[in-house]
Design a protein around this ligand. Sequence first.
Ligand SMILES: [Fe+2]
Ligand SMILES: [Fe+2]
Length: 475
Amino acid sequence: MSAIDYSEKIPNNVNLAEDRALQRALEQWQPNYLQWWQDMGPDGAHGFDVYLRTAVSVDPQGWAHFGHVKMPDYRWGIFLNPGDPERRIHFGDHKGEAAWHDVPGEYRANLRRIIVTQGDTEPASVEQQRHLGLTAPSQYDLRNLFQVNVEEGRHLWAMVYLLHKYFGRDGREEGEALLERRSGQEDNPRILQAFNEKTPDWLAFFMFTYFTDRDGKFQLMALAESSFDPLARTTKFMLTEEAHHMFVGESGVSRVIQRTCQVMNELKTDDPARLRAAGVIDLPTVQRYLNFHFSVTVDLFGADESSNAATFYSTGLKGRFEEGKRTDDHQLRGQTYRVLQAAGGRLVEKDVPMLNALNEVLRDDYIRDSVAGVERWNKVIEKAGIAFRLEVPHKAFHRNIGGLAGVKVSPAGQVVSQAEWQAHRDEWLPSEADRAFVASLMGRVVEPGRFAHWIAPPAIGINRQPIDFEYVRFN
Ligand SMILES: [Fe+2]
Ligand SMILES: [Fe+2]
């Protein structure tokens, strides 16, 4: 089960050859996918040989093979973690029953919606990142960008496989629609707003992979608990790939900070203007980027009170983060959870039924996880002897979804008037000038082992290769 067959047109470990109709349907989708990659995948990179990892098995050890690959020849495939035939549903109204190996008719529409919503984020991020290769700060970083891009492409395959195999004609239509929507396009945008935002520069890319790919981790972990076993198994394997994306973000931001702190110490200044003149990104600008990416990402978890969230949980479609490690009754009836609301110009806590608050529960788990990495960035600043701390903004800051959407809140959590918001907006979120400055630093560095001035080299290379390894052959 765990070995992957690469002799097939579509590499897979799901015995695709035994299901001719499904194989034919996916083989018809494949050229459309490749056309999408050609049109919307990394700009100008189709001739490069890139040092990529490819999954060769889904075993925890040794699933990755590294080698130079021309990206259009990357072997996107369908990989599921091995199944447990005895697996039982462990939460919701069906707790204790056998896990489903097919889609129960009554949950078909909701499951399809969950899979399509997840699937839509995957090509969206490739589209958002498609121009970044033109301004990569090093070969090492360029390679990491492309690794993230091919794996997001594979995540789309993972969701399209489920749609084709379990949802018949509707699933095939959804598979086509996933290739037709476009990030940021007015008439046919991606489903979720954070995936229609631009990722215009590399600081935005690192923040995106730190914060928004981490949303991916939490959504996938909730789906990995699903009673629909094929969804649980496919998302478990996606999570092994996701870990690298968050590493790219965390280490990328960390290297930006490291370089800035070095120049701050050399020049003995914290004056943003002088640091900008010296060609590095001042820490207040890093903070504003952090505020933006954190706030648009926490919106992705949805409304703080949601009857859909309750339904998805009670019917067993989507669990909580680490459902199996929790010690409650896994049904949550009669329990409550505190959510934040704006009332009379203040933020107040309100108890709501736990089942309706499950988006908020997942958002709070996500926030705890995000804060941990920000503390690691602060360690870099501390080690350089600089008195500055990055902070995750208050969860009510800059929100556009749920009960907090209508109120203006400062990063520190103070409710402010519209006029105060306007007066401080450019201190709290990246201004046009910030973005223009960061854009002005972006310029492609192509020589092996060289790095743009505004970012420190990584501590180690990829797959224990040296830092000056030829990660990308431009041909
Ligand atoms: Fe993904
Ligand atoms: Fe990702």
